[in-house]
Design a protein around this ligand. Structure first.
Ligand SMILES: [Fe+2]
Ligand SMILES: [Fe+2]
Length: 370
């Protein structure tokens, strides 16, 4: 291990904690932090009133794709899977193992978060378009969550999903905030999985777990989920103008910043794939921003030097905050307060950076061509 990676890992341990038992894994999935995936609930009556008629033609094509269900047999492990787990997993260093477990647990939590939200909407609406869509998306997310959970079970660290559903707290978001946030997280999910898939496709020696072989077809589900929210938002044009542009900007910055800080707690994981966390994240931002032109009239400038400097600063502040927390006492509290203030200030600077404007295309849908 290089010195830098070792130094990095001191920070990583502070930030992600370690998972030694199934109880630790379950506790990690339940815990809500600024960086961890959350569970959401919303105004179901407002969801029920959505009218998507203005995008009907594109909607119907999309629903046919869901119905065709081309991934119905994809989330099954082959014989080679077990073999690869048996030979590859013992080769992971303890530090790398912790980062990989953190990756699996947070991915599972966010897949399952989608599953719960879509299922709740499905149960609480009668609007046939929305009910049908939510049924398909919940189906996909439940497969995704179950598939990741099998890999956690290989480590005897399976998550009790029923228990997680009952014990994790829920955040209420108005439907429009659900649309902005979920659209972004579905498209980011696509961009993350396809970027990893392409990297390991060209460097198979760096594929340290068989689950990555599943990412290509998997991420097409996420892409389509994102398309669904794009169509919903385009069918409600008031969500994409006026004051809402400020909300869109807020969600883009918040989602990007959270992802960036979170990913920088896993330097070894990215290193093992032949990436640096920073270059991986900017590739994911680039793809996501490109796709989001289908729906968002504003785009953050990810190449602006201040944008990049502020992202780096947020990582430093989150390390400082974790160190202060560990130190404890008055100085620890002081350290936490100053790093929280610093993070708020930095976030404000990111938010106020000039944005680029997009004219929305007439044809809404985009193909997953990355
Ligand atoms: Fe998913
Ligand atoms: Fe999804």
């Amino acid at each position: 291990m290089t010195t830098t990676a070792a130094m990095d890992f001191d920070h990583v341990e502070l930030l992600i904690g370690s998972v030694e038992s199934a109880a630790d894994a379950n506790a990690k999935a339940v815990r809500n932090t600024v960086l961890s995936p959350r569970f959401y609930t919303t105004d179901f009556a407002a969801m029920d009133r959505l009218n998507i008629d203005s995008v009907r033609a594109e909607w119907d094509v999309m629903m046919k794709e869901y119905e065709g269900d081309n991934n119905h047999d994809h989330f099954q492990r082959d014989a080679q899977f077990a073999e690869e787990v048996k030979t590859l997993m013992p080769q992971l260093s303890p530090e790398m193992r912790q980062e990989f477990l953190d990756f699996l647990i947070s991915s599972l939590t966010s897949e399952f978060s989608g599953c719960i939200l879509y299922n709740e909407v499905r149960k609480n609406v009668t609007n046939p378009d929305i009910k049908q869509l939510m049924t398909y998306m919940a189906r996909d997310e439940s497969r995704h969550a179950g598939f990741i959970n099998q890999s956690l079970k290989d480590f005897d660290l399976g998550i009790d999903l029923g228990q997680l559903k009952r014990t994790k707290s829920y955040t209420f978001f108005r439907p429009k905030f659900i649309f902005y946030a979920t659209y972004l997280s579905e498209k980011i999910g696509y961009a993350r999985y396809i970027t990893i898939y392409r990297q390991l496709e060209s460097h198979p020696d760096k594929r340290f777990h068989p689950i990555f072989r599943w990412f290509e077809r998997w991420c097409n589900d996420e892409f389509r989920h994102g398309e669904s929210f794009a169509l919903i938002m385009r069918s409600q044009p008031e969500l994409l103008r006026g004051i809402n542009l400020l909300w869109i900007r807020f969600f883009i910055v918040a989602v990007y910043a959270t992802m960036y800080v979170r990913d920088h707690t896993r330097p070894l994981l990215h290193q093992a794939m032949g990436f640096k966390s920073t270059e991986y994240d900017y590739e994911v931002f680039r793809i996501t921003s490109e796709i989001a032109r289908q729906v968002f009239p504003v785009e953050v400038d990810i190449d602006h030097p201040t944008f990049r400097a502020c992202m780096t600063r947020l990582v430093d502040l989150s390390i400082a905050n974790a160190k202060a927390k560990e130190r404890g006492g008055v100085m620890g509290l002081w350290g936490q307060a100053t790093s929280a203030l610093g993070a708020a200030w930095t976030f404000g600077r990111l938010y106020l950076l000039p944005v680029k404007r997009n004219n929305l295309p007439k044809d809404i849908r985009v193909q997953p061509a990355w």
